[in-house]
Structures are given as structure tokens and as C-alpha cells.
Design a protein around this ligand. Structure first.
Ligand code: URA
Length: 236
């Protein structure tokens, strides 16, 4: 994921193709502003969405953008793919620039995917220490039993990566349909966890990340912008 944070002098040097000495002079001449405030400090650190201008002309000024997508089966969770349509392809071309995916899903998993250009926000949701709950609806080939619940909550050891999964919640809705709540996202995690019981996952659908529920008005393949309130409270 690319971030757009960095030192002001480096950004200006690159933009104007000028040596550091001239950048210092430019800053001292009070022609450079960040978010409307004159900055003279060479070491000033620019954050992702700070508005940088010289002589009143905007040099850099992205605005943060946030979308939810109802990913259909068969669409790949990537920004580019030579074989399949990607989740990004579901948005109009003019909105796609600089977006990245917040929490991938397998090709044959459906449901909630978030897209943003705000890497701090996505990190706050997906960093290993964030412990944000992801909720999935799972349809299984065989009937589940009560022992599944204990195994999910105890965590499972995956030899390949030498890791033990974090305690996961399993809520049994019916004999073949359950809800799984994960605070992490290991490779094919849910399928592998049910694989321990030789129980095949027939359908997997993510319907919630943190406090963000997939909008029931979005049919598979549709998307919408998040509201400012949803962005702010996503982790809650
Ligand atoms: N677990 C899986 O096995 N696949 C997903 O897409 C998400 C969680």
C-alpha cells in the first residue's frame, strides 16, 4: 500500500526539480503553505491529505475517499488482475485512482469489501493489533456439532505458518449454517478451520467489519460511498 506522507523539502524538490538549497530559499520566501499556513521548516512532515500549495496554487491535495462494495463470487480482491474482473473494476474509472482494498476476500467468497485511499484508516481496521471483528455467514456441507464452538474459541494451530489462530466466535444458526467472528484474516482461514472437521464450506459471505454492516440495499456487484459517520465509527 502506498502512502503519501513525507518530508516537505523532498516533495517540493521532486515537484519543482530543484536542489535542496533552492527549496530552502523557496520556503524562506514564505510562498509555500500547508493547509493554508505558511511553512518555512525544511523538515516539516506532510501527512497524507494535507493540502500543499505554492503561490496559492495547489501542488498536492488529495481528499480521503471511502467506499463499501458488495463483492460477488468470481471477482478477485485485487486492484489489477490479468484473468478476472477485480473489485476496483466495479467502480467507475474516474473513482479508481489511488484506492486500495481493506481486507481481501477469496475469489469464491462474497460480501463486504472496503476501498479507500486513506492508509491510516485502513491500518486502523486491519493491523494485526487492531482486533477489529469481521463477521461471516458460512454454509456447510455437513451438520455442525457443539464441539466446533470450543475448537474455534480455543484457536487452531496451523503448521504451515506455525501460528495458532486467535480465539474465534462461532454462532450456530442451524445445522448447516453458522456465523463466524474473526479478529484476524489468515490465508483461507475459515475454510481451513472447518477443514479440521472435514466439513466443506459451500458458501462464505462477509457481512460486517467492525461497526460497518454491508448495506442490504446493495445487490452483488454494487457499491456506495461511506457516510462521514460510518468512516468515523468504523472501528467501534
Ligand atoms: N476465510 C476464508 O477462508 N476465506 C475468506 O475469503 C475469508 C475468510
Amino acid at each position: 500500500m502506498q502512502t503519501k506522507r513525507g518530508r516537505l523539502d523532498r516533495l517540493l524538490a521532486k515537484h519543482f526539480n530543484l536542489p535542496r538549497k533552492q527549496i530552502r530559499a523557496l520556503l524562506l520566501s514564505q510562498r509555500v503553505t500547508v493547509d493554508g499556513i505558511i511553512i518555512k521548516d525544511m523538515d516539516f512532515q506532510l501527512d497524507e491529505f494535507m493540502q500543499l500549495a505554492c503561490d496559492g496554487e495547489l501542488i498536492r491535495g488529495d481528499v480521503p475517499r471511502y467506499y463499501m462494495v458488495n463483492k460477488p463470487i468470481g471477482i478477485v480482491s485485487a486492484t489489477q488482475d490479468s484473468e478476472h474482473q477485480t473489485v476496483l473494476d466495479l467502480l467507475p474509472t474516474e473513482l479508481r485512482a489511488d484506492l486500495h482494498i481493506v481486507g481481501r476476500l477469496d475469489l469464491n467468497t462474497s460480501g463486504l469489501i472496503l476501498l479507500t485511499n486513506d492508509s491510516r484508516w485502513s491500518e486502523s481496521l486491519m493491523a494485526p493489533g487492531a482486533h477489529v471483528a469481521k463477521r461471516y455467514l458460512v454454509t456447510l456441507k455437513e451438520a455442525v456439532t457443539a464441539e466446533y464452538t470450543a475448537a474455534f474459541s480455543a484457536g487452531m494451530y496451523f503448521e504451515f505458518e506455525d501460528i495458532t489462530t486467535l480465539p474465534a466466535e462461532l454462532i450456530i444458526h442451524s445445522s448447516h449454517q453458522v456465523e463466524v467472528v474473526l479478529e484476524e484474516g489468515k490465508y483461507h482461514q475459515i475454510k481451513r478451520m472447518f477443514g479440521r472437521f472435514r466439513n466443506q464450506v459451500l458458501a462464505l459471505h462477509r457481512f460486517k467489519i467492525g461497526a460497518l454492516s454491508l448495506d442490504p440495499k446493495l445487490a452483488a456487484g454494487q457499491w456506495r460511498e461511506l457516510t462521514p459517520q460510518e468512516v468515523k465509527n468504523a472501528r467501534a
